[in-house]
Ligand binder design. Sequence first.
Ligand SMILES: [Zn+2]
Length: 201
Amino acid sequence: MGPAGGSGLSAPTLVLNRSWVPINTTTVRHALILVVKGAARFIQPDTYEVHDFESWLKLAPVPGQFAIRTPVFAVRLPEVIVLTDYNRLPGQRVPFSRRNLHRRDGNCCQYCGRHVRADEMTVDHVVPRSQGGKNSWENCVIACRRCNSVKGSQGLKESGLYLLREPLQPEWSPCLTTQKGLRRPSWRSFVNDRQWASGFG
Ligand SMILES: [Zn+2]
């Protein structure tokens, strides 16, 4: 194991969008792939210099810090990257899970709009499973018990209910993927006070 803050290719890297706004964290492994593909650049956190893969290779590793070592050279560990083309993280989809579904729908019933207590939340399949409805972002919504029982195993039209908004796959993870405590001190200058206080990273 390396120093605190994670080590190796699975260590966390902060991801900024084109406007230098933090949108997520990812692994060093994924960050390297993005930079090699040209979808992102490395940022040197102390100087804000932006590097492509080649110019990053010329930086000496910081003494005492983890570096990616090959038999012939060592590469400084990237801690922050900035996306070049997109304002979302390419190649990283939000995993479909009950927890992420609650986050997408803001813990509100998507039929009546009521805020739903944890013990009252249900997951409703818009197209019922009995009619071939899938377990997917586009077919699942949070519903209160009352609306879920009104809908039963009917389709949307037959039930007479309306969705408040179209259920879609979120663009990036609403939950940041890095565990608390694994964030790097160098991220502080890229993250605003509110994000930092809420445990960004
Ligand atoms: Zn409801």
